[in-house]
Design a protein around this ligand. Sequence first.
Ligand SMILES: *Cc1c(COP(=O)(O)O)cnc(C)c1O
Length: 399
Amino acid sequence: MSNASIIERAKKVLFPNYRQAPVAIVRGLGAKVWDADGREYLDWLGGVATVALGHNHPAVRAAVEAQLGKLWHISNHYFNEPQVALAERLCADGHGERAFFCNSGTEANEGAIKVARKYQRETGHTERFEILCAVDSFHGRTLGALAATGQPKYHHGFEPLPEGFRHLPFGDLAAFEAAIGPKTAAILIECIQGESGVVVPPEGFIAGLRRLCDQHGLLLLLDEVQGAFGRTGKLWSFEWEGVSPDVFTLAKALGNGLPIGALLAKRKVADVMLPGTHGSTFGGNPVAAAGACAVYDELLQRGAMARGVIGAERLWKRLREVQADAGGAITELRGRGMWIGLTFADARAGKVLALARDRGLLVNAIGDRAMRFAPSLLLTDQEIDQGAQLFADAVKAAA
Ligand SMILES: *Cc1c(COP(=O)(O)O)cnc(C)c1O
């Protein structure tokens, strides 16, 4: 097996829908991965903000292996203990009071949209169905989540999309306020926009949306799919805003790479979802749930989140040095914690991406001018210094 042979086979049998690097990854350990040609890479994308504890984490693997010997799947026609144990953990701090499990971020957001409409319907507001979302947001690829996504380029060719979504500029509280009308049911938003390049809104924006929701009887739905689980240095990214949402959605780092998503809601909201209203065959299956329990325990009880905060300080310091040395090539560094976006003065992102990969560093380009890092929270000091050096070299080589 080699990169070339796997790619040749892939081109004959896979949809061509991804823009993929010419690399097939065969193994991972911590923040390192290896391709089919035996080359080693430092992974600073983390499976898109998903492998927050690093690849092949021993505690998560042990939890999954123990569960594999007991029960893989039973459906939600019955209770299963790992799912209950995971819900207990996710609801422990009271932001979420009830959990629903699914298999991806898209599905979690699709559930949030349904819950918002149903809640308004069941509380007598039959005219409310519209959801306010942000320009440049990303909520997923199924038709409902796609309609919520504020990026027309993803809509093209798939119309008609479900109606009832409006997009307002991210960070513009007055625009959201002005858009609220008799049909408005909820606001669905990310606290930091991940897919559009780790874009941080003005301070107080999310808290302002919370106030608007309270004043107008709307639900605040926060898409925490990318921002949760210590990515920003706190368990939930909305903790920075001092707010608590009515509903929030999770996936990505929840399973550290196992496919699992979740919808957390306040009890009064969850209570409208009676038998028959929503469901999932795989959702909350015992293997993924057991793995996710181990992820949560590593983050909160065994110091992974705290280590991420320390590592992030060093990472920001190194990247500021890279920026200072790059002679104006890097125009902005933004984000929070182990979640960093940067912009270039010129259209070099694609070049930097390829040059970094050639040097053994995996990152992510967003359009021509921006990049994103979302590495493991457990990057070592040495992996931070080494990655920053590789990145600096790639930025220079791309000039
Ligand atoms: C990745 C992402 C999604 C979609 O999650 P999938 O698991 O790919 O379906 C939704 N919202 C946000 C904010 C994301 O980053």
